[in-house]
Design a protein around this ligand. Sequence first.
Ligand code: GTP
Ligand code: MG
Length: 197
Amino acid sequence: MIIKTAKYVQSCGSVQQCPGTDTPEIAFIGRSNVGKSSLINMLTNNKKLAHTSGTPGKTQCINHFIINDSWFLVDLPGYGYAKVSKVKRAIFSKVIQDYLTKRKNLKCVFVLIDSRIEPQAIDLEFIQWLGSKSIPFAIAFTKSDKLGKNQLIQNVALFKRALKETWAELPYMIITSATEKTGQQELLEFAENSIKE
Ligand code: GTP
Ligand code: MG
C-alpha cells in the first residue's frame, strides 16, 4: 500500500468520543515505551504525526489518524502494571478495554512486542485477553535495529514458544524497526488485507 496522505483527526479520552464507525481501522498497542507512536510515524513516513518520547506514558489518549482518506490508524496508550497491595497486577485500563471490545470498525490490533527482551508475562496476558474476547490481532516486534540478528531470531523463537503453550495457531507476526524502516511495506500490506475483510 502506498500512503499518500496521513492526517491527525482527533484525540479521545474514551471510546464514546471516537469518530464514527463507518471507516475501518487498525490500532497499535503495547507496553509503554515499546514504540507504538514511532512505528506509526515510520509507516506513514511522517516523523511528527504521532508524538513519541523517551519517557514511558507519552500517549494517554486514543489518537485517530486518517490514511488516504479511507481508513483510520489508531495510536493507543500503553498498558502496564499496577501495584495492588503487595502484588503486581496487569492493568489494561478501562479506556483500552472499552475501545477494544466496543469499536465495531476495528479490523485488527497490532500488539507491539519489544524484540530485545524475553517474553513478558504482561504481553502474554494481554494477548490471552484479546483471544478471550475474540479480538483479531497480529504481532509486531519493535526496535529490531537494537540487537544482533542471532539474538533477534532467538527472542522471536522464545516468544513463539510461549504463545504455543496456549495457542494452537500462531498469529501473523512481523519484525519492525522504526529507525531502519524494517517491515513497513509488509505491515501495510497486512493492514490493507485486514481492512478489506
Ligand atoms: P507511550 O506512548 O509512552 O506508551 O510509548 P510508545 O510505545 O508510543 O513509544 P514511542 O514511540 O514514544 O518510543 C519510545 C522510545 O523508543 C523513543 O525514545 C523512541 O525513539 C524509541 N524507539 C521506538 N521505536 C524504535 C526503533 O524501532 N528503534 C530504535 N532504535 N528506537 C526506537
Ligand atoms: Mg506513544
